[in-house]
Design a binder for this molecule. Structure first.
Ligand code: KDG
Ligand code: MG
Length: 403
């Protein structure tokens, strides 16, 4: 069997998605997600100019060899652009392999380990009362795990909080919008938020919180300790992780579980964090961490240290990523939790899929492959629109802060 054609499709049915479609001489095709929020065209260009010419004529069944050909063969390794491009190829090839076998993808990975995939939803509000209301609404809808974020008194806009009744959408402007930040205000406010949320929702719901890399290690330790009475499922991205050793300090001071890794691209980004058992959940995704082939290596390393998976699942990952992730989650022995932010109806119609959400659980489908495709004609009606993530500046002097 040979790869005959491969093309990159960039579309914007409400937000930008980069999709790779690989076709074969057997009449089967596969699709992969290559979306890198705010930097979409860099991955599209990398695929188009440097990867696709190397794929034509290759045997699509040699997934492992093609992965290493693209990783080692480039000489320039790792990084979000390269690894998202490799991920798209890898996901499309696993889709093809499973279609050849006539099996849903999870069967090729080793079969079903669970009946469904526990998902967490996002509850956000402008203040504590609104967030509590949203948490209760999610509980009513059947969610067993809920992430809670709220506006902070004295800060005008805060990451992760929806405005004007729209779904929360971080890439919201044609040039980066600017937010103010003050860690002291946030550190005072967040334990109050969780005191109210835990009091209202009771003990049977898992609560999560995303710090979004905004604290120093010692501030993160303080936050983790102050949240201990509310028994969080995880505190996410407490501090930037370029320096993996920073997590030792947080770990020494709090028993609040720690999740990290939505911006990681390879096993090397999390090797020390996992081996030292400084984290509890690894949030790498199919799309940003080299596809199914590489994510499986990360999960296997994590399993040795009782670290569980908790894949990123924001809407800047396309429904293709969600499909592949759900097959992965259905199989992976050390599964923890899957993030779920619903895509709009329009986005879902551009990507016909067989996965479904039902009362707090996600289920992959049983059709051969990963069960997601792209409607190219519909996609063509929604061309790319430049959109950036916001940036964050300290309120008191305007210096640029982590986002
Ligand atoms: O592109 C950035 C988003 O994916 C990110 O802001 C979402 O932090 C996020 C999360 O946990 O979903
Ligand atoms: Mg996050």
């Amino acid at each position: 069997m040979k790869i005959t054609q491969a093309r990159v499709i960039v579309c914007c049915p409400g937000r930008n998605f980069v999709t790779l479609k690989i076709e074969t001489d057997a009449g089967l095709h596969g699709v992969g997600d290559a979306t890198l929020n705010g930097r979409e065209l860099a991955v599209a260009g990398y695929l188009q100019n440097h990867v696709l010419p190397c794929l034509i004529g290759r045997d699509p069944q040699q997934i492992e060899d093609i992965w290493h050909y693209l990783y080692k063969g480039a000489y320039w390794r790792r990084g979000p652009v390269t690894m998202s491009a490799i991920a798209a190829v890898d996901t499309a090839l696993w889709d093809i392999k499973a279609k050849i076998a006539g099996q849903p993808l999870y069967q090729l990975l080793g079969g079903r380990s669970r009946t469904g995939v526990m998902a967490y939803g996002h509850a956000t509000g402008r203040d504590i009362a609104e967030t509590v209301e949203e948490v209760l609404r999610h509980k009513e809808a059947g969610y067993r795990a809920i992430r809670a974020q709220s506006g902070v008194p004295g800060l005008e806009k805060v990451y992760g909080v929806s405005t004007q009744g729209r779904l929360y959408e971080p890439a919201d402007a044609a040039l980066p919008s600017e937010h103010d930040w003050d860690s002291s205000k946030y550190l005072r406010h967040t334990p109050r938020l969780f005191e109210a949320v835990r009091g209202a929702v009771g003990e049977d719901v898992h609560l999560l919180h995303d710090v979004h890399h905004r604290l120093t290690p010692v501030q993160a330790a303080q936050l983790g300790r102050s949240l201990e009475p509310y028994r969080l499922f995880w505190m996410e991205d407490p501090t930037p992780a370029e320096n993996q050793e920073a997590f030792a300090l947080i770990r020494q001071h709090t028993t609040t579980p720690i999740a990290v890794g939505e911006v990681f691209n390879s096993i090397w980004d999390c090797k020390t964090l996992i081996e030292k058992q400084w984290i509890d959940y690894i949030r790498t995704t199919v799309t940003h961490a080299g596809g199914i082939t590489h994510l499986r290596r990360i999960a296997d390393l994590a399993a040795l240290y009782q670290v569980k998976t908790g894949s990123h699942g924001a809407t800047d990952l396309s429904p293709i990523c969600m499909g592949a992730a759900l097959h992965f989650d259905t199989w992976v022995p050390n599964f923890g939790l899957q993030e779920y932010m619903p895509h709009s109806e329009l986005m879902l119609s551009v990507f016909p899929h067989d996965w479904r959400f039902e009362r707090g659980m996600l289920y992959c489908g049983e059709s051969p492959g990963h069960g997601v495709d792209i409607d190219e004609q519909l996609a063509a009606r929604y061309p790319y629109q430049r959109a950036y993530l916001p940036i964050n500046r300290l309120q008191h002097d305007g210096s640029l802060h982590d986002w």
